[in-house]
Design a protein around this ligand. Structure first.
Ligand code: OOG
Ligand code: MG
Length: 254
């Protein structure tokens, strides 16, 4: 059986050294359960370095992302304090292996979530919503992975940027979502592309958080998952995401 803590160490090092590694699953077939154990061990290494857990992210909540990455199941990962990049800030391309950006919606949690909630119940537990950009950076060569690989790698998480917090809108359907790199619109979708209703992604997060014993607490950020394909980004480029009625969010790479 694969050694959970050794795999976590190698993923942690890959991120620190910005040096990709071979897919774990090619050498050590992991069950999904073991992959989530690796993820937990990987995050524990970050927490030992002084980071704090500040939220969760959902992945593969849209057909576009599932198609792009060839993985067809919901996944979830953990967000730490070191991953939060202030809106309109600059980040160094050299910190990443092969970064991609994607347009998302972020929820701010108003009070501790007691367990699994449905898409209507969950609205009461949110005090603000914002447009967001997720920066993902797989620790695997060529950004290629199986479901278990990507779960072990904390779902490619490395950074996220949140726009201005907006009051909760009970209806988050039919919002156009777009991603620009510099002057070019590189991806375009709708909030409906996120599980037909972004609140449903948050409901799924409450189910998975309960199942895996990682409670969603007051103040946490929950990223709903990308509505469109993710796009590679280079140094000296700026990414902006716009979600209609929620506004724009921007991050530059130097
Ligand atoms: C995995 C992360 C997926 C999303 O929003 O669907 C994700 C990846 O694509 O590398 O963050
Ligand atoms: Mg994402």
């Amino acid at each position: 059986m694969a050694n959970i803590s050794e795999i976590a160490q190698s993923l942690h090092q890959a991120a620190h050294q910005t040096k990709p590694i071979a897919q774990i699953s090619l050498q050590h077939p992991l069950s999904l359960d073991e992959a989530y154990q690796v993820q937990k061990a990987l995050i524990d290494l970050r927490l030992q370095e002084g980071e704090t857990l500040i939220g969760l992210k959902m992945g593969f909540t849209s057909e576009a992302k599932m198609q792009q990455m060839g993985v067809h199941d919901l996944i979830w990962g953990r967000l730490t304090s070191a991953m939060l990049i202030p809106n309109n800030n600059t980040t160094a391309r050299s910190m990443y292996i092969h970064p991609r950006v994607e347009p998302e919606i972020c929820f701010r949690i108003a009070k501790d979530i007691p367990g699994e909630l449905n898409e209507t119940e969950v609205i009461d537990y949110v005090d603000a919503v914002a447009s967001a950009i997720e920066i993902i950076d797989s620790r695997y060569e060529n950004f290629k992975f199986s479901l278990e690989d990507v779960v072990a790698d904390n779902c490619s998480s490395i950074g996220f940027v949140v726009g201005d917090w907006m009051p909760v809108q009970k209806n988050l359907n039919d919002l156009s979502m777009s991603l620009r790199i510099d002057e070019n619109t590189v991806a375009q979708g709708s909030s409906n592309d996120i599980m037909n209703n972004p609140w449903r992604s948050l409901a799924a997060a409450t189910r998975l958080a309960t199942q895996y014993g990682e409670p969603i607490k007051k103040g946490m950020y929950i990223m709903a998952g990308a509505a469109t394909n993710a796009e590679f980004i280079q140094a000296n480029q700026t990414a902006s995401a716009t979600v209609a009625s929620l506004g724009e969010v921007t991050v530059s790479f130097k």
